[in-house]
Design a protein around this ligand. Structure first.
Ligand code: 5AD
Ligand code: SF4
Length: 459
């Protein structure tokens, strides 16, 4: 989401500013922040400390802070770092820069306005990734999970109109983007305040009909809100990839209740069961928190057993981090850091073991891979993604970037797969990619025995 916001800012500024490669050469540095956990927030302070030094060499340099830490800290950031020029929320960026140029100092604009609309983004000039694109469909959150700062910094749920979303997808498709992820803090609430009343399942169907040649994904889904209608889309829409990120957070009903999640372990498992009925190949991923206040060893064991039951392909696991102003930060019986670390290590061990087994189950299968890039570290190798969102490295030629290819999986690594091109490129698939009209056959690619080549980032 932050990457998307950053690229939106870049596109809003593209008529006045040009991107530079290094912050040392910049006239304007915007640090777009996240405050979801303390570690993310901490990064801001160390980065800005570095950028402060550049001001001496480049007196005209402006430094701005945007995003969730700006919303959360506001005025306090100027007290801590008086050399900051601008602290702002997600709105009004070009106007604010104009005010700076006219001499304003220490400019603060973090108020959340009732009538705020998610801006339309003009993507025709280009997007940061030529193959994968992100499109915001809603922002904010009404859920108030007790550990989470998002509702305080991002405000209430608000959706974009379906027409606006379809236009942005159209721009991306014209640029060659083929894998589109719809973004929102809780995409299942899509439709609130959008003007034209379309629910999330209906939005998915509209996109599928309008752009049948793409891959579609979405994140994030709250398990309590994902409806049967949306889950059925995994079985009925060709564009919707067999991958769902469904953050469970914990496996103990007691903890889930204290987190204010509004579902039980049993509700969650029932949804997983239904999803696998409509889409047997679906790869599930999740987020987990360990050491939430009051979490006992038995509660933690419930999380481990849930992970064993669901068998996630990938997961993000975090130590609970108290966030200022949230309910859980005030709960008694905070878990000590040593216990949190121990639990995290155990949890990551289990997740890695299961994730690797799931990857190994793909060995010998042929997967449709959308080629994203030439591998940065391995000459002659390409990197792409399956519909299940697994990263695949395989030998190929740069002209294949942007096309859909059949790849046989020869080996699983911890976080990626190694493959080789399957017999011949399926002409129907080829039409869906960038390479329509050209024929690239397996024979065009010279490769060593790829089963010996491990090109994953984390072998
Ligand atoms: N501490 C630890 N993890 C958190 N997350 C959100 N808030 C916190 C917190 N205070 C995690 C949740 C969420 C993911 C984006 O970040 O697992 O799904
Ligand atoms: Fe935070 Fe997600 Fe809960 Fe909203 S639904 S409060 S964004 S964890």
């Amino acid at each position: 989401m932050n990457e998307y916001d950053s690229s939106t800012m870049a596109s809003l500024l593209s008529s006045q500013y040009q991107m530079v490669r290094s912050p040392e050469d910049a006239d304007l540095i915007i640090v777009n922040t996240c405050s979801i956990r303390h570690k993310a927030e901490h990064k801001l302070y160390s980065l800005i400390g570095r950028f402060k030094g550049y001001k001496k060499k480049r007196p005209g340099l402006r430094i701005a802070v945007s995003g969730c830490v700006a919303q959360q800290e506001g005025e306090r950031l100027f007290k801590r770092m008086p050399y900051l020029d601008l602290v702002f929320g997600p709105h009004r960026l070009p106007q604010l820069l104009q005010e700076l140029e006219q001499g304003a100092e220490n400019l603060l604009d973090t108020a959340m306005h009732e009538d705020f609309k998610i801006p339309s983004v003009y993507r025709k000039d280009g997007c940061p990734d030529p193959v994968r694109g992100f499109v915001t469909i809603m922002q904010g959150c009404n859920n108030f999970c007790t550990y989470c700062i998002v509702p305080y910094v991002r405000g209430r749920e608000i959706s974009r109109s379906a027409m606006d979303i379809l236009h942005e997808i159209g721009d991306l498709v014209e640029l060659g983007v083929r894998d589109i992820t719809l973004l929102g803090q809780n995409v299942n609430s899509y439709g609130k305040g959008a003007g034209d009343v379309v629910g999330f399942a209906q939005l998915l169907r509209m996109i599928d009909k309008e752009y049948p040649g793409i891959r579609l994904r979405f994140t994030t889904s709250h398990p309590k809100d994902i409806s049967r209608e949306v889950m059925e889309c995994f079985g009925s829409l060709d564009t919707l990839c067999e991958h769902l990120h469904l953050p469970v957070q914990a496996g103990s009903n007691k903890v889930l209740k204290r987190m204010n999640r509004h579902y039980t372990r049993e509700d969650y498992l029932e949804k997983v069961h239904f999803l696998r009925q409509v889409s047997p190949e679906i790869a599930l991923t999740t987020d987990l928190i360990c050491g939430f206040p009051g979490e006992t060893h038995k509660d933690f064991l419930d999380t481990l057993s849930l992970v064993e039951e669901v068998r996630y392909h990938q997961a993000f696991a975090f130590k609970y981090s108290p966030r200022p102003g949230t309910a859980a930060a005030r709960f008694a019986c905070q878990v000590d850091d040593g216990t949190k670390s121990q639990r995290l290590t155990l949890l990551l061990g289990l997740l890695n073991r299961i994730g690797f087994q799931e990857m190994r189950n793909l060995e010998g299968t042929v997967q449709e891979v959308l080629v994203e890039r030439v591998h940065s570290g391995q000459p002659g190798m390409l990197q792409g993604r399956t519909r299940g969102n697994h990263v695949v490295n395989f030998p190929g030629v740069p002209e294949m970037v942007g096309s859909f290819l059949d790849v046989e999986i020869v080996r699983a690594c911890n976080h990626s797969l190694v493959g080789r091109l399957s017999e011949a490129v399926d002409p129907a698939r080829e039409m869906r990619g960038k390479m329509a009209g050209q024929s690239v056959l397996k024979e065009d690619v010279s490769y060593e025995d790829s089963s010996n080549v491990c090109a994953c980032d984390n072998p």
